[in-house]
Design a binder for this molecule. Structure first.
Ligand code: SF4
Length: 274
């Protein structure tokens, strides 16, 4: 097993582990944005740059920690002047792309970066740092591929086909949940009973609880869930049309416990004893 000496701490790691994994094992913090353990590494944002110490008079090498495979003993510096300068420069560029992102501002503050000297990007680029996590989750986890990269150079952006509202988006919200800079948002329009995935403009009708009328998941998500559960059980489908609270109330009623609303006391035989 090769040894990674990082910030003076030596850790043995499996062949082909990444420097980031070695850093995590050594409890050394390296900033990341586009890295997510679920997906193949994109190394798109470059915020995890570190320096591998040179040998035999050769200069050190700057690499992305999230995808650099460890194949031999190496010494890595996260805090070298070069590594810090490059990471801070990357952060300044990202701040110009996503100036309103609270998440990015917090990370910048943790890195000691205050503001950016670069001009802010145009509105069409919408605070996106092009990390690609939303594209990966939509394709690899949800299996929908409603969004992808479009355009080149400064016009490059994540968008639905033809930059129009996507017809295949199911408004699951996974892209919003994974966006590291909080740019993608799920907006609920109670007037029309729709969920909108901003900035992709796609909209889907929301399921409305048949008991209390509260808005729940989008209809396509509910449909996909119903299709996946391959049981012919009408009761399950009926319960799926209720919000969690109404479902809970019905379950309590069916069990005949907790007569007074909001004071549900399990019967003696199912109470947890310390
Ligand atoms: S909300 Fe739409 S675009 Fe986002 S992950 Fe779900 S299907 Fe894909």
């Amino acid at each position: 097993m090769p040894t990674v000496t990082i910030e003076g701490k030596a850790v043995a790691v499996a062949q082909e582990s990444t420097i980031l994994e070695a850093a995590q094992k050594a409890h050394v913090w390296i900033p990341t944005l586009c890295y997510h353990p679920t997906f193949s590494t994109l190394a798109a944002c470059r915020i995890c740059m570190v320096e591998i110490e040179g040998s035999a008079g050769r200069p050190g090498r700057l690499v992305t920690a999230c995808n650099y495979p460890v194949r031999r003993d190496i010494t890595v510096s996260v805090s070298s002047e070069r590594a810090v300068r490059v990471r801070n420069g990357v952060m300044q560029l990202l701040l110009a792309r996503a100036p309103e992102s609270k998440e990015l501002q917090e990370l910048a503050a943790r890195m000691g970066v205050r503001g950016t000297p670069y001009p802010k990007v145009t509105e069409s680029q919408r605070n996106c740092i092009l990390c690609g996590l939303c594209v990966s989750v939509c394709e690899e986890v949800i299996g929908v591929s409603a969004i992808g990269f479009a355009g080149r150079g400064v016009e490059r952006a994540v968008a639905a086909p033809f930059r129009q509202a996507s017809e295949t988006c199911i408004a699951c919200g996974a892209c919003a949940a994974i966006c590291p800079v909080g740019t993608i948002q799920v907006r609920i329009h109670t007037d029309t009973g729709e969920a909108e995935i901003s900035p992709f403009k796609s909209r889907s009708k929301l399921l409305i609880c048949e008991e209390c009328g509260v808005h729940m998941v989008s209809v396509p998500v509910a449909q996909a869930m119903s299709d996946r559960v391959k049981i012919d059980w009408e009761e399950f489908r009926r319960l799926a049309r209720l919000c969690p609270e109404c479902r809970r109330k019905q379950a309590v009623k069916a069990l005949g416990i907790g007569a007074a609303e909001g004071s549900v006391t399990p019967p003696e035989e199912i109470q947890v004893k310390n």
